[in-house]
Structures are given as structure tokens and as C-alpha cells.
Design a protein around this ligand. Structure first.
Ligand code: XMP
Length: 512
């Protein structure tokens, strides 16, 4: 696939690297993160390079120290924190442990306003520092362009080339003029135009898909009702129309009425989608299983069987489309090595090999909120666009212990009360994800004159940015009281509701 003009970000393992990419993309400039030890060769499309921070010290013998000569002097380079120290260190500068703590907010005290990097950055600008080392002396041919009272070398430039280093982090919002600085770098210094918009992405991706996928080729896509697969479907639909064959499987573990509603929405969008109700097959495969990993495996395996069977019916199928997004791609090639996190597309890991199809992943360059923007441009209905994440194994991992259709029905009804309540109270979009867990315990209650011995459910709602860490949502007590009353009164078989107040880590979002 042809690449847009871009900034290359070399990752040295900093927790902030993704944030640099986010900030650059917010400027409507395309960029890619590559691990420093898999740095790509310089091509026409790469208009500038950012060297990220790192938890390492350049003084350590085994710290990352790639040969940067292919880039330096050829395209503009911006070293951030470790990246800046590396530039200085590699050319004979002195990098030492900082004698005073250089962590947190600081203010610039001297700024070379004529430096194109610092254009529009005021002298007193607040910056965010986070480093244990500091650049004590610069190599020859390096000029200081900004300082703070404590850090003499807060920013430098190498004479005769567009190479800069900054000791602070422009990508975090505490650096109040960080965005200006990044804009100066990518637009003024690297000369990139700010044309990488969702509309531009849609047009160029549609063109690319049309060029890549043969004129008679049919494409198969598993739809889940989630944002990623839905946006991928709309893009492919725009590119190849009815040659996209969406398959939406009801695994019997979806939310209440979700199968019918989502299928209806897809059909309303003109998509060529086949619904397959395979609930019973999934229940059969799950019968008697209690171990969460075994349940996940059974659900994954059954999905592949059902999907494969449906896909065989499509004549001329050459491609399998997937809703893979950029964080999944970065994760699988990161400096830290492949992560063990479970993500939706991993649920059907065996699928491509089994089906012998070529893979097409139209969203693999996008972050989640960029996927949403593209979905918005493609007029994806709001109820799909803003849907909470929902795990591939669905209610199968929210029913603790073994799964039966009766338990699914019980949980679907309790879950619908909670989710609809969140929507009615304007709370749905304030939380990142919410759901109900059906616990494998019964508790004593009293209803009227009768003692009851029924099930307990736990409500779970979290706030989060990416699901990697999460806090329990501080929902209003009155709201929780209302939901609890409704569930206990309306769902026969549940007599107790509790609210989960655990954060991740150490807890997880799901209970299994
Ligand atoms: P945890 O429970 O690990 O969940 O904090 C983080 C995010 O991942 C989702 N999740 C899954 N998604 N298959 C999926 O597709 C799974 O097996 C799975 N397990 C957890 C979870 O809903 C949350 O969004």
C-alpha cells in the first residue's frame, strides 16, 4: 500500500511514545512508530524523524544506541529526552546523572525565539521534565536554544543541520506550548502539510482498496457490532460494494436484543450482511465448562467453525478483512516484545491460516478515536459509533462458572436494565465500559413474607482511556439505587445487587 508523507517516530521504550504519535496526528500529519531496533530505511515519504524517550540511560552499556547516520543531516530530526541525550552522547557530549530532581513541571527561562523550533513559545513557558540524566556538556557544533533555571541544556540545535534535541516532553499536556513546538517541527521544519484528515484517509483508503482487491475478488468480514469491524465494513463497502460479504454470528452471548438490532442497523446502511444464529452450537460447546480459558477457547473454536462454514458459501472469496487497529500493530512489534494482552482479534487467531485467504486490514494505521472520526465521516449511526467495548466471548465471561441459556437470559435482562439506565441518565458516554456479572453464589433474601434464595449480580462500570488501566466509575448513589431496585423487582431469580469498586490494576475489568 502506498504510504502518505510522514514523520517516523523511533521508539526507545518510553511510556509517552504513543502520545507523541497522537499529538502529531492531531495536527493532521501522518506518523508511524517503529522500534529503534527495527528502524526503516529512509524513503521519500519520511520527512522527519522523532527520537522518543526511554526508561534507559545512555550511560548504560546495553542501552539502545542505533546508528542514526542514515537520518542525521538528511531529514530534520527531533530528539525528545532520551532521544536528545543520545544525540549529545553519540557525538561526544557529556550526559550525567542529574544532581537535583528533574521531574515534573518546570519553566523555561531562556528561549531563542529566532529558532524555528521555538517560534511562538514564550520565555516563561511551562514544560514537563521526566529524566534521571542530564546533558552536562554539549559536543562541538551544538547550540543551546532553551534553558530552565535548573537545566541549562533544555533544548539544542546541531549547527548546519535541522537536528534538535529537547530535554522536556512536548507531548504531555503539562507542557503548555508542546503542541506549538511539535507543530513548528512537523510543519515549519519538516515541511509537511496538514492534510491527513479523516476525509483524506477515507478517499485514499477507498482508492487503495480498489487497487489492491482484484475486480472479481470477493471479501469476507466478520462483523461484531463494534466500532472497528463496522468502520472497516463501511470503508470496504464504499470501495467494492456488494463484493464485501459481512458475516454476523449470534453466539448466544450477546446483549439482550443485540443480534436483531445490530443486523437491522447494518442492513439499513446498505451493507451486504449475512446473520447466522448459532446460539445453540455455542451453548453445546460450552456445556459443563467452568474454567474461563476453556470457555474462551470453546467460544473461539466454535466461532471459527461457524464462520468458516458460512464463508465457504461465498464463491470467489479471496480476502479476509479484519478490524485490526494501530495499538494492536504496535503491540505486536514493540520494543518490549509481543504483549500477552487479550484483544478481540486474537479470539479468532486461527482463522486466516485455516481459510487460506489474503488479509486486508484497512484500519491498521489508526488509533481508536481516529477510527471513530472515520466512522463519523462515513456516517456510522451514533449507537454503533459510541458503543462501549464488548469482549468477543461476550456474556460467556460475565457468567462466572458454567453457562446455560437460562443464565444468559437472566444476565441479559439485568444487563439491559443497567445499560439502558446509564443511557437514560446521560451516564453511558461518561463511562468507558459497563456491564453486569452473574456470580456463582446464591444469597438469602426476603420478598413479602417469603424468604428467597437467589442469585447475586455485580455491576461493573469503569472509566479508562485504553482499557489497559481503569478506575471504577463513581456513579451517583441514587442511580445505583434505582438500578438495583429495578433489577431485583423485575428479574426473577436475582435478589441481590453489588457494585464493584476495584480499579485495574490490580483487578481487571472483566471478572474472568
Ligand atoms: P480486562 O478484563 O483484561 O479487559 O481488564 C480489558 C478489555 O479487554 C476486554 N476483554 C476481552 N476482549 N476477548 C475480547 O475480545 C477476551 O477474551 C477479553 N477479555 C477481556 C474487556 O472487555 C476490556 O474491554
Amino acid at each position: 500500500m502506498p504510504m502518505p508523507q510522514q514523520i517516523l517516530i523511533l521508539d526507545f521504550g518510553s511510556q509517552y511514545t504513543q502520545l507523541i504519535a497522537r499529538r502529531i496526528r492531531e495536527l493532521n500529519v501522518y506518523c508511524e512508530i517503529h522500534p529503534y531496533n527495527h528502524a526503516p530505511a529512509l524513503t521519500e515519504d519520511i520527512r522527519g524523524v522523532v527520537l522518543s524517550g526511554s526508561p534507559c540511560s545512555v550511560r548504560d552499556a546495553d542501552s539502545p544506541s542505533p546508528d542514526l547516520s542514515a537520518y542525521l543531516g538528511q531529514v530534520p530530526v527531533l530528539g525528545v529526552c532520551y532521544g536528545a541525550q543520545l544525540l549529545a552522547h553519540q557525538q561526544g557530549g557529556e550526559v550525567l546523572p542529574a544532581t537535583i530532581r528533574e521531574y515534573g513541571r518546570a519553566r523555561l527561562s531562556r528561549v531563542h525565539h529566532e529558532s524555528p523550533l521555538l517560534h511562538g513559545v514564550p520565555t516563561e513557558s511551562q514544560v514537563w521534565m521526566s529524566h534521571g540524566d542530564t546533558i552536562k556538556t554539549l559536543p562541538q557544533g551544538f547550540d543551546i536554544v532553551a534553558s530552565t533555571p535548573e537545566v541549562a541544556v533544555a533544548a539544542f540545535k546541531i549547527q548546519g543541520q535541522e537536528t534538535y534535541g529537547i530535554q522536556f516532553h512536548p507531548e504531555v499536556t503539562h507542557s503548555t506550548d508542546g503542541k506549538t513546538l511539535l507543530q513548528n517541527f512537523v510543519v515549519n521544519i519538516c515541511g509537511l502539510d496538514q492534510s491527513w484528515t479523516p476525509e483524506h484517509f477515507v478517499d485514499s483508503m477507498v482508492e487503495t482498496l480498489q487497487r489492491t482487491i482484484g475486480e472479481q475478488d470477493q471479501v469476507i468480514l466478520g462483523l461484531s457490532g463494534g466500532v472497528d469491524s463496522s468502520v472497516a465494513a463501511l470503508l470496504l463497502h464504499k470501495a467494492i460494494g456488494k463484493r464485501l460479504h459481512g458475516i454476523f454470528v449470534n453466539n448466544g452471548l450477546l446483549r439482550k436484543d443485540e443480534y436483531e438490532q445490530v443486523l437491522h442497523s447494518y442492513q439499513g446502511l446498505g451493507l451486504n450482511v449475512q446473520g447466522v444464529d448459532a446460539s445453540q452450537e455455542f451453548y453445546d460447546a460450552l456445556a459443563g465448562l467452568t474454567d474461563p480459558e476453556q470457555k474462551r477457547k470453546a467460544i473461539g473454536r466454535t466461532f471459527i467453525e461457524v464462520f468458516d462454514r458460512e464463508a465457504q458459501k461465498v464463491e470467489g472469496a479471496r480476502w479476509l478483512a479484519q478490524g485490526t487497529i494501530y495499538p494492536d500493530v504496535i503491540e505486536s512489534v514493540s520494543v518490549h516484545g509481543s504483549s500477552v494482552t487479550i484483544k478481540s482479534h486474537h479470539n479468532v487467531g486461527g482463522l486466516p491460516e485455516k481459510m487460506n485467504l489474503q488479509i486486508v486490514e484497512p484500519l491498521r494505521a489508526l488509533f481508536k478515536d481516529e477510527v471513530r472520526e472515520v466512522g463519523h465521516t462515513l456516517e456510522l449511526p451514533a449507537h454503533i459509533l459510541h458503543r462501549h467495548p464488548f469482549p468477543g466471548p461476550g456474556l460467556g465471561i460475565r457468567i462466572l462458572g458454567d453457562i446455560t441459556p437460562e443464565k444468559v437470559d437472566l444476565l441479559q435482562r439485568a444487563d439491559a436494565i443497567f445499560i439502558n439506565g446509564l443511557k437514560e441518565h446521560g451516564l453511558y458516554e461518561k463511562v468507558w465500559q459497563a456491564g453486569v456479572m452473574l456470580l456463582p453464589v446464591q444469597s438469602v433474601g426476603v420478598m413479602g413474607d417469603e424468604r428467597t434464595y437467589e442469585r447475586v449480580v455485580a455491576l461493573r462500570a469503569v472509566t479508562s482511556v485504553d482499557g489497559m488501566t481503569a478506575d471504577w466509575a463513581h456513579l451517583p448513589y441514587e442511580f445505583l439505587a434505582e438500578v438495583s431496585n429495578k433489577i431485583i423487582n423485575q428479574v426473577r431469580g436475582i435478589n441481590r445487587v453489588v457494585y464493584d469498586i476495584s480499579s485495574k490494576p490490580p483487578a481487571t475489568i472483566e471478572w474472568e
